[in-house]
Write a protein that binds this ligand. Sequence first.
Ligand SMILES: Nc1ncnc2c1ncn2[C@@H]1O[C@H](COP(=O)(O)OP(=O)(O)O)[C@@H](O)[C@H]1O
Ligand SMILES: [Mg+2]
Length: 346
Amino acid sequence: MIAFKPSDIVRYLDQYVIGQEDAKRVLAVAVHTHYRRLSLRKTGGETGLDKSNILIVGPSGCGKTLLCETLARRMSVPFVTADATSLAQTRFVGEEIEAIMTRLLERAGGDLEKASQGIVFIDEVDKLKTGASGTIRATSGESVQHALLKIMEGYPARFDNGRVMDTSGILFICGGAFVELERIMARTHAFGYIATMEGEDENILERLNNRVKPTDLFEYGLIPEFTGRLPIIARVTPLDRNMLARIMVEPKNALYQQFRTLLAEEGVQLVISATVFQQIADLALEYKTGARSLRGIFEELLTPVLYSVPDQPGIKAVHIRSLFEPPQFLTRQMPESEGRATATPA
Ligand SMILES: Nc1ncnc2c1ncn2[C@@H]1O[C@H](COP(=O)(O)OP(=O)(O)O)[C@@H](O)[C@H]1O
Ligand SMILES: [Mg+2]
């Protein structure tokens, strides 16, 4: 296991995930500590450090899953995601959890040792509220919490074929939107609010006051034993217009880059003005699904281009200046500086 420093991990995450600076730091430190602990354990050292699993709280489509899968890629450990709601829809939670472990083992190429150091991301744990009703479910949210608790506490996973996997080194990251949490926090923090005093760092105080407390999670409907296994809480924040625009342009595998490469293979240069990314971001904001709707809008914009380019061999460049104007088809390439990606108009 390579011992990446937290700052190395953050720099890697920065290449793929826009914003979410606080979450990146919290995750990087937690992951670094987790794998330090594992390597010390392997060399026989007793660290006295208990495993700390992680909870990521924040709206959907803002990078929770992306952060986790990018982390796993940096650490070169196998990674699987699972959905707490589907766990609650099955009658046999135990079997479902075993299936998650089986997938992890598959990702590790069947190597038990490798799988036992993997990362498991369980999304939508906020849907496991106790007493949640409405739909008829085979398993209550609370019993799913108990089932997850067992595996998070390090109970070995047993497979059909009799193999047993040590799960005590697996890092569990739970995620959820926890929509009403803000309201609960606003209420409970009215009592525990730490006010600024002379000479105190306002940023530190702000962070303390924005912390999600275990009591907030109990009140939300997670059982104390479950939250007790998730002592590290990272928060992702909603993405604003500029962040959404940057997501299409800046990450290593950004949409703009993908389509530029695609068209370049047909000998056509694609140039999209910064205004367009801002316009798409505005639409995405209206859809309220974070960055999820970007790809759809982007592909729709490019459909007419991708359709007609193969029919017009003379075309050397396509310039899209606005979402509300037809693309321009040019017979000469534009200066490369024009094609350089920017998400914000100069
Ligand atoms: N902060 C971000 N930076 C870059 N891409 C993002 C970001 N947030 C979301 N995305 C993109 O939006 C999509 C959904 O993100 P995801 O991580 O699954 O959201 P969540 O798990 O928070 O619901 C993914 O395709 C991801 O690439
Ligand atoms: Mg997700």
